[in-house]
Ligand binder design. Structure first.
Ligand code: PLP
Ligand code: COI
Length: 338
């Protein structure tokens, strides 16, 4: 393999050596299987294809200065995949098997873990879908789990370079009592029109508001939102957003750095009170927000006026990334070393 240009990797797909698969048939999960094919053979009537019986996860492996590979809070991804499976009536993928599959797929593709200090990491994508055939709308009786990896750079171009966001009022990503808290493909399909409209307008992504009243911030495309004011880290509480593991971690990190934290409804007008704002997630890491445009109300909320990320955003970013690659001692117990 010619060495990839680690420092300039996009957030995209690159073929790696192996993926790991597992099948649920006759009421039980089988053995993990290793495959070098990038393709799956799928029944033409699989529920995953027709009725969106599909959920996924996203986490990363990081190379440390010591040459050891680290996973960040994989346990939370295992639990969230079980939650998502329950949300759309799929057979849950067992926690212990999830761990085994992750360790195996990373070990087998070790040469694709980007070097320490490159700013890139190995993205791990577990997927669970209904593979059994049904024509009526009902859960399948067979499921497939698979996990592949691919080296990636930052999701938002430029890494910690501040980005612009567009508030979206005419498209909802998820309904209040819908599937927004699950990491299911349907939510992403529902978000695409809004995301593409934002990108076409020159924005990094869209900010979704609560679907019921359009009064409160929900989330930022494929990432949670946070704002910082008066040394307080504020992030939305909503029944239709994904419970981000990065955001959960930032709440704890902020507290450990002496900041106050609040997880509550965030009214749109409060955007004018924040000194700093950002999007956070596995793919996004922390993406500082330069400005948020509210086209219906003709308002532009601006942060980082000098073009630089705010000081507290950078403090959070530095602490999070230092923990993930092992530069700082893991006092939270979040890191597993392979
Ligand atoms: N919100 C959405 C809709 C996402 O797709 C993601 C990505 O997983 C996040 C938030 C961030 O979650 P996490 O930090 O667990 O990756
Ligand atoms: C992640 O952050 O892992 C995600 O899943 C975002 C992805 C949809 C691009």
């Amino acid at each position: 393999m010619e060495a990839p240009d680690w420092k300039n990797l996009p957030f995209g797909y690159m073929k790696t050596d192996y993926n790991v698969r597992c099948h649920y048939r006759n009421g039980k999960w089988g053995e993990l299987e290793i495959s070098s094919s990038e393709y799956i053979d799928i029944h033409i009537a699989a529920t995953g294809l027709h009725y969106g019986q599909e959920a996924f996860e996203g986490l990363k492996a990081y190379m440390g200065k010591d040459g050891r590979v680290r996973l960040f809070r994989w346990e939370e991804n295992a639990k969230r995949l079980i939650l998502s499976a329950g949300g759309i009536i799929m057979a849950p993928f067992p926690y212990e098997l999830f761990r085994e599959a992750l360790y195996k797929v990373v070990e087998l593709n070790r040469r694709f873990v980007p070097p320490y200090g490159s700013g890139a990491s190995l993205y791990i994508r577990p997927l669970l879908y209904g593979s059994g055939a049904e024509v009526g709308v009902k859960p399948a009786s067979e499921y497939t789990f698979l996990v592949f990896v691919t080296p990636v750079g930052p999701y938002f171009k430029g890494g910690v370079k501040p980005v612009d966001m567009l508030i979206c009022r005419d498209i909802d990503r998820a309904a209040p009592k819908g599937t927004g808290i699950y990491k299911v493909g349907g939510n992403y399909a529902a978000s695409m029109r809004a995301i593409i409209a934002a990108r076409d307008g020159g924005y990094a992504n869209t900010i979704f508001l609560d679907a019921r009243e359009k009064k409160y911030i929900d989330e930022c495309g494929p990432a949670n939102f946070f704002g910082i004011r008066d040394n307080t880290y504020v992030t939305p509480k909503s029944e239709s957003i994904l419970n981000s593991i990065t955001n959960m971690s930032l709440l704890d990190i902020a507290a450990s750095l002496g900041m106050k934290t609040e997880r509550r409804q965030v009214p749109v007008e409060e955007l004018g009170m924040f000194e700093e704002a950002g999007a956070c997630g596995t793919a996004a890491v922390i993406s500082p927000i330069r400005k948020i445009v509210d086209p219906e109300n003709n308002i532009i909320y601006e942060y980082c006026r000098d073009g630089q990320p705010g000081p507290l955003t950078m403090k959070l970013y530095n602490k999070l990334t230092a923990l993930q690659c092992g530069d700082e001692e893991d006092t939270f117990g979040w890191v597993s070393i392979l």
